[in-house]
Design a protein around this ligand. Structure first.
Ligand code: B12
Ligand code: SF4
Length: 668
């Protein structure tokens, strides 16, 4: 016993912090949300690699490694606490800033300097440093100064090299720069990203996992960084390792939805094996796993690809469409995309009842406001995609665009925090005045996610993906319209902290900060209520209805078109009567029972078509409150309205939370 204690005492403890930094907003606050939507696959990847090193005791028997994961997009990093403990000097502390993209580089730099100043060992890796240094051989001043301060830069993928880097870190022999870009690891049997149960709880859906089943892409788009870091030759994970990880996650945490983060799953040489394995998991082992993936425009031409994807549980595909303007596609060397394929592509996925989400880039040299408006109209009405994400063309370090612009000496914004595809970072030829492309960018989001377009999309959607699309609309509108941020970098309910601001930005006084937060939170909550009302209205107007209900709605519309005012009770009864002629099982309600149905929606929920009346009553009540005419508010009307709203909201919430059950039974 004593010897065991002595051994424990002699063991060196290493605390390893894997931190995924966020970025700053335009005011200099760190972007953190109460709940996130998309977890970081890079963080999960490094967690798995580290776990493997620890399990295999690759650092030696005497080293006891404790790993802590942080994702700053959903939690505050306890910088002071991490540094304080290090000053006590009991344990060695190593901080790894992981998956640092260009827009996160300024935040990562601030964090790295704080940790380094407290004497910790610090490493930075991810796409910014890997991309920049793989295209431009001369090390830029900002990266050089980090290295001069003793911070280690890691360029490229570390599946093979991670044990060695950790050994160097633990023994204090780290080099300033590690370079693995030309030495890409084979992924076939490497550890699959691990899901951290504690972190998963910070995301809206804790049944959500990520796996990169392969890396690289054979194409050659000029704005893309992936090919210059992960290469044009695809490397893949084995279908069996993927299936084993899915089984394990299902058993331990009931994870049943995945984002396969491959940039182009259609070019993964193992796609068919992976699909077949997933089909077996679903059909033979009853593990009802579903997933979304990224594919290219030509994928629908691959034999069996769409059909097998559906059977394997694919519910959504993200397609790199980028533009429907052939000139713009040529500008980007995206020659594999042919705009004439788009309609066939979308209808192939629609027939398989898999929803389609396209990435669309704004700001190519041939784009103008007028041409983009025209293209957007075609995207919505002719090609009929179900979801779209817009990105402002950005010269990301690591792309050919960035290299060529650097060589030509073209203007590029010096602030990397803006390289998030929501900001203008270069000159856009047909958008002379600065800010005009950004204005159009917001217009594109507002137009695509307008009530009328969302309604058209949901009316065309199949029951299998109706709720998936509606839920995405809530997420997307919350981000793009309420927060004015890109949904892929936005969660729910923004948090802000005075003590984690960008270096160089003046920290506001406590009182000013409090006033600002109260104002912001009030505006946000008002926005959330409006958003929920809009989504309820959307659901009421589009939800799948029974034949009887459909008939009544048609008859009511017919009568409404001839009278052009709200229908009287007698007219509603007439609609029932006409519907009854086609569907005799339908009872024509008495006048009294129609009044009863009007107040008791739970009893007759099939007859709720809109919440317009409820909203109008609320706005009348609010107007009176604003004019201090409280006595003019009828208590009866107030309580009836509250009761009706409660019922509609409850019905919506019930449908929302039981949607997954419905999907399952439909699938079965
Ligand atoms: C999934 C994904 C997302 C997810 C999750 C992010 C994540 N990192 O998991 C979501 C949807 C949130 C996302 C959002 C965005 N993304 Co993204 N995303 C990807 C994608 C497709 C896969 C990421 C992944 O899992 N890669 C696999 C991992 C294992 O590779 P890796 O990150 O390079 O990590 C390896 C090495 O770099 C290294 N490493 C990484 N960090 C560290 C740290 C240390 C210390 C060490 C030793 C090693 C190390 O080890 C890892 C294992 O080998 C990549 C493209 C790609 N192929 O990577 C784009 C990519 C990273 N995204 C990109 C962009 C631009 C964005 C957005 C700005 C887009 C937008 N407007 O929404 C946002 C920004 C989000 C933010 N601020 O948080 C760019 C980044 C380019 C750049 N130079 O910045 C990429 C490369 C795609 C592209 N178009 O070029 N993204
Ligand atoms: S298809 Fe996508 S991943 Fe492949 S090179 Fe083009 S942008 Fe990059």
């Amino acid at each position: 016993m004593k010897r065991q204690r002595a051994n424990q005492f002699l063991r060196r403890r290493v605390l390893l912090f894997l931190i995924k930094p966020s970025n700053y907003d335009d005011q200099g606050y760190v972007v953190t949300h109460f709940r996130g939507v998309l977890p970081s696959n890079t963080l999960n990847c490094l967690a798995a690699l580290t776990q493997d090193v620890v399990n295999k005791k690759m650092l030696g028997e005497e080293v006891d490694v404790r790993v802590h994961l942080f994702d700053e997009t959903v939690q505050k990093i306890p910088v002071e606490k991490i540094c304080r403990f290090s000053r006590a000097g009991y344990e060695q502390r190593i901080v790894c800033l992981v998956g640092v993209q260009t827009n996160q580089f300024p935040r990562a730099t601030d964090l790295a300097r704080k940790f380094r100043a407290a004497g910790l060992t610090v490493l930075i890796g991810g796409f910014h440093v890997s991309g920049y240094l793989s295209m431009i051989k001369q090390i830029p001043a900002d990266i050089q100064s980090l290295m001069d301060e003793g911070i280690t830069i890691v360029k490229g993928e570390v599946e093979e090299a991670w044990p060695e880097i950790l050994k160097h870190a633990v023994s204090g022999r780290l080099k300033p720069l590690y370079d693995f870009v030309d030495d890409k690891p084979d992924l076939f049997t490497k550890p699959i990203p691990i899901l951290d149960t504690r972190l998963m709880k910070r995301f809206v859906a804790s049944n959500f996992g990520t796996i990169d089943c392969g890396r690289g892409c054979p194409f050659n788009c000029s704005f893309c960084t992936i090919i210059n870091v992960q290469g044009r030759k695809m490397r893949v994970r084995s279908a069996e390792t993927i299936a084993q990880a899915i089984r394990e996650n299902w058993r331990r945490n009931r994870v049943d939805f995945y984002f396969f983060t491959d940039d182009n799953f259609a070019r993964n040489a193992q796609w068919e094996r992976i699909f077949d394995t997933l089909i077996d998991l679903r059909e033979k082992e009853q593990i009802d796993v579903k997933f979304m993936m990224q594919v290219d425009v030509l994928c629908y031409k691959i034999r069996n690809f769409v059909e097998k994807a559906r059977r394997a549980g694919c519910t959504k595909v993200f397609i790199g469409m980028e533009s429907i303007n052939p000139e713009s596609l040529k500008d980007a060397a995206k020659t594999q995309n042919k705009a004439e394929d788009y309609v066939n592509l979308i209808s192939a996925w629609r027939r398989a009842e898999v929803s389609t989400h396209v990435g669309y880039i704004l700001g190519f040299p041939h784009d103008s406001e007028e041409s983009l408006r025209h293209d957007l109209h075609r995207l919505m009405h002719e090609i009929q995609v179900q979801q779209a994400s817009f990105f402002i063309l950005t010269p990301l370090p690591g792309s050919r665009d960035h290299l060529e612009m650097s060589q030509r000496g073209d203007y590029m914004d010096a602030d990397y925090n803006k390289y998030d595809s929501m900001h203008e970072t270069m000159h856009y030829s047909n958008f002379g005045e600065p800010g005009s492309l950004q204005r159009f960018y917001h217009e594109a989001w507002d137009t695509f996610y307008s009530f009328e377009n969302m309604k058209r999309i949901l009316l065309r959607a199949s029951p299998r993906n109706y709720w998936d699309i509606l839920k995405s609309f809530i997420w997307y509108k919350n981000a793009a319209v309420l927060e004015r941020r890109h949904p892929m970098m936005t969660g729910f309910f923004r948090r802000k902290s005075r003590d984690a601001m960008r270096t160089g930005v003046a920290v506001p006084g406590r009182w000013d900060f409090l006033k600002m937060r109260v104002r912001e939170i009030r505006c946000y909550l008002e926005g959330v209520i409006k958003l929920l009302w809009e989504m309820q209205e959307l659901w009421l107007q589009t939800r799948p209805r029974s034949a009887a209900e459909e008939r009544i709605v048609q008859e009511m519309h017919r009568i409404y078109e001839s009278v052009q005012r709200r229908l009287t009770v007698a007219e509603v009864q007439l609609a029932y009567h006409r519907a009854h002629l086609h569907l005799p099982a339908l009872k024509v309600p008495s006048k009294l029972s129609l009044y009863w149905q009007k107040c008791n929606l739970f009893y007759a929920n099939r007859q709720v078509y809109t919440r317009t009346d409820i909203d109008q009553n609320w706005s009348r009540i609010v107007q009176r409150v604003r004019r201090y005419k409280l006595l003019g508010i009828s208590p009866l009307r107030f309580f009836v309205n509250l009761w009706l709203d409660f019922q509609v909201t409850t019905m919506f919430a019930y449908a929302f939370f039981t949607a997954r059950q419905e999907e399952l039974s439909l699938d079965g």
